[in-house]
Design a protein around this ligand. Sequence first.
Ligand code: UDP
Length: 419
Amino acid sequence: MSIDAASGGMRPVPLAHKSLAEYAPVVGDDVIAEIETLARPLQGVRVAHISATAYGGGVAEMLHTLVPLMRSVGLQAEWRIISGSEPFFTITKSMHNALQGKEFTLTQAMRDIYMQANERNAASFENDYDFVVVHDPQPAALRSLIAGHGTWIWRCHIDPSDAQPAVWQFLRPFIEAYDAAIFTLPAFVKPDLRVHKVAIIPPAIDPLSPKNTFLPADEIAEIVALVDVDPLRPTIVQVSRFDPWKDPLGVIDVYRAVRREIPGVQLVMLGAMAHDDPEGRIFFEQTTRYAGNDPDIHLLTNAGGSIEVNAFQRHASVILQKSLREGFGLTVTEGLWKERPVVANNVGGISLQIEDGVSGYLVSNTQECIERALTVLREPEVALQLGRNGREVVRNNFLSTANLRNYLRLFHELSTARE
Ligand code: UDP
């Protein structure tokens, strides 16, 4: 079934082929065997994932791996994206921000646009699935608009703990129509949510994707040299959007203090800039002014392809994540996976990934961040050990295979509950 976007229906997302067996050298045979055991009673089970977009952002990135892996273990998994007008996506972007705490007034006209788009998408959906997983708020109303069988799960990828009450109260009844809801962390679960089952599943990275796969040293050196970063000098790296919550000015403070102690250190801040993100441009310009004309500060906005991110993360002598607030922090996961020492502010999901002094350093302010960055730059043995431990944490908890296993477990639990 292929429905044109203009008709307001859902569209299938073309998927690459992936095989679970390819992950065996990374995660080990035991993990593969456990997944196969979990998948055995789920053979042929029909699963639909529904989300707002097929490209851009962490949700799309994860589904491009998760859905093919579900197919690879015998589930009939599909992924559909909803369609909607520009006003619909503008409203849902604001709702998304409001769920993360930003002031926003949800007018009746906006509610109507949200409902109309969900109704049009619902009309195009043939509900003959065993499991339907709906991602994030944009399509959240679908369950209330589609009758019929199947187990419906809402997957929340954001941290709604400080949500604006009006937006949360608008969405809550839609979410309560689901059989289960998935959150990233227990702290993200809204206390007033009444849903049959709440599951906690952290995000995951794909170790075989261009962003995370192995890169040889000469290729890394070539990529960083392309933008005049010296491959032979120590480098502090933060990969993040130019956003005040990522504290770009604080990162420059850390670099300056470190450089007074270790001359020759360079700073790279890598943050892809969406053309339609005027806010990002303002913060980028502010960061540029703060950086002044230091030739060793590299603020890169158009070198943000997956392979470049991979190269800069691998080149880093220390990876910073100075966020003042963070949902999970995939950049931390990516840095740990590359065996780099990560120094990160102790906020949100970062503490789930870093055990202080074991798999990286957790800090609470700029001074601590400077001290820890100096430690890893001065003590290569410490840096090496933190990196090694960090990679194991990610291997055991935050790879695509763990994500697949978590979903299969949830499908089991929900199937058993229905019997
Ligand atoms: N990212 C990227 N290019 C950039 C900056 C960021 O590809 O120039 C990616 C980064 O590798 C990570 C994601 O964007 O996968 C950011 O996710 P995270 O959870 O760290 O932060 P968010 O942007 O969702 O707040």
